[in-house]
Design a protein around this ligand. Structure first.
Ligand code: 6PG
Length: 483
């Protein structure tokens, strides 16, 4: 018979995805531009399931049952368009093209639109979990038409990881919704890692703990509310000793964080949507600062002033480890609240109708940000589907209330020691901003009105106003013309 599904693009992610599909009892057609990859896969793993190798795209398409389900797993960008262009003439109405790479959601919207005009379904799907996830069970975030999910969903749910009997895969929403959600997942991943890095830095600088001692701290944290994949692997990385020097591994790695771009995309989109994702933005900028090697060296050579005294002593040191734990948790709550706000805003903007509780549900396993914490987010949206901010949920409001003294202490300590903690401090600033009765935005409005006649609204009356700053300082109502 014909294959149930096909995978083209057999680099490590595509290869592992194909193996995962085969291991679940589906006949999987496999194709790669360089044909030797196809043969290697079958030679090495052919015994794991029913692989149908093809050396040409024509044979590959011909080996698929209808409607054809083709998963593309190539580098995001031009390579994806090239494969689609080659594939489309070989397909028939109703066939489903799946892009499982980290595509930009605007590209996905464009491709979905183009393929829909040709009678094809285009599914942009997020797949998270790295190499291991792809093989053992990723978290999968498919967008596209609901109809395509009928045909595709069962296979994807099969290969996704299960948490409490629920697969970490669900229909996300039309066109770019799946890739958008994956993008925000990655943005949150950036924020999570930045916060972890700040916690590590503060404890190392403030208490002079060694990487190995810090590994124990993170292991302990992983037993509580912070339990997550990223905290777990932080302990592993910190405990690791460099094979050639015997030094802590973290001390032999160049301290410049790289990025492939999904975090930057998240922030760019948030700017357009007007959603303050400060946690993600600080994480992206912290990577940029780390990479500014020339500037950093010049500053180091010049020796710019910092505070005196580098270590915490006595009462300052007491309970600091736990204070950092609490600051990390509170900042993490803020970063997630912001990420979910961005999903809310995009869902409204594009009419995607994304179920936020379901997003938390499918992030509980398989993906990089998988964590105990996501159960709490799921529960928050179960209680109130229309929750205006995660910070308003009773559990999170209390968690942050409990943590806030420690959080303020940690940010103040970071400032005093001169240890940069942009994630912790901007999360706290966001929280305090949201709490404020009156914000200094009123002054900003006043300034805008003075220098540019940009107008303002009054607290005590309807309408738009402008002060005649260069005349007698009287106020004019600006919006009466149309009345
Ligand atoms: C995942 C990861 C994956 C990617 C990282 C790395 O969900 O499996 O997010 O997509 O490995 O996002 O991204 P950077 O190179 O930008 O840090």
């Amino acid at each position: 018979g014909l294959a149930d599904v096909g995978v083209t693009g057999l680099a490590v992610m595509g290869r592992n995805l194909a193996r995962n599909i085969a291991r679940h009892g589906h006949a999987v057609a496999v194709h790669n531009r360089t044909a030797s990859r196809v043969d290697e896969l079958v030679a090495e793993h052919g015994d794991e399931g029913d692989f149908r190798p093809s050396h040409s795209l024509e044979d590959f398409v011909a080996s698929l049952a209808k409607p054809r389900r083709v998963i593309i797993m190539v580098k995001a960008g031009k390579a994806t368009d090239a494969v689609i262009d080659e594939l489309v003439p070989l397909l028939e109405e109703g066939d489903i093209v799946v892009d499982a790479g980290n595509a930009h959601y605007e590209d996905t919207r464009r491709r979905e639109h183009d393929l829909r005009e040709r009678g094809l379904h285009f599914v942009g799907t997020g797949v998270s979990g790295g190499e291991e996830g792809a093989l053992e069970g990723p978290s999968i975030m498919p967008g596209g038409s609901r109809e395509s999910y009928e045909a595709l969903g069962p296979i994807l749910e099969d290969i996704a990881v299960d948490v409490d009997g629920t697969p970490c895969c669900t229909y996300v929403g039309p066109d770019g919704a799946g890739h958008f959600v994956k993008m925000v997942h990655n943005g949150i991943e950036y924020a999570d890692m930045q916060l972890i890095a700040e916690a590590y830095d503060l404890l190392r600088q403030g208490l002079d703990l060694s990487p190995a001692q810090l590994a124990d701290v993170f292991d302990e944290w992983n037993e509580g509310d912070l339990e997550s994949f990223l905290v777990e692997i932080t302990a592993r990385v910190l405990r690791h000793e460099d094979a050639s020097t015997g030094k802590p591994f973290v001390d032999v790695v160049v301290d410049q964080a790289e990025q492939k771009g999904t975090g930057r995309w998240t922030v760019q989109s948030a700017l357009d949507l007007g959603v303050p994702v400060t946690g993600i933005a600080e994480a992206v900028f912290a990577r940029a600062l780390s990479g500014a090697a020339g500037q950093r060296k010049a500053v180091l050579d010049r020796g710019l002033a910092g505070p005196s005294g580098g270590r915490l002593e006595g009462a300052d040191a007491e309970g600091f480890v736990d204070a950092v734990r609490q600051a990390l948790y509170a900042s993490k709550v803020v970063a997630y609240a912001q990420g979910f706000d961005q999903i809310t805003a995009a869902s409204q903007e594009y009419g995607w109708d994304i179920d936020r509780g379901m997003m938390a549900t499918i992030w509980r396993g398989g993906c990089i940000i998988r964590a105990r914490f996501l159960d709490r987010i799921k529960q928050a949206y179960d209680k109130d589907q229309h929750l205006a901010s995660l910070l308003l949920d009773d559990y999170f409001a209390e968690a942050v209330a409990d943590a806030q003294d420690a959080w303020r202490r940690v940010v103040a300590t970071a400032v005093r020691l001169g240890v940069p903690a942009p994630g912790f401090s901007s999360a706290l600033a966001y929280y305090d901003g949201l709490r404020r009765d009156r914000l200094p935005a009123a002054l900003v409005q006043g300034l805008r009105d003075l220098f540019g006649a940009h107008t303002y609204r009054r607290v005590d009356a309807e309408g738009t106003y402008h002060v005649l700053w260069s005349e007698d300082g009287s106020e004019e109502r600006q919006d009466t013309q149309d009345q």
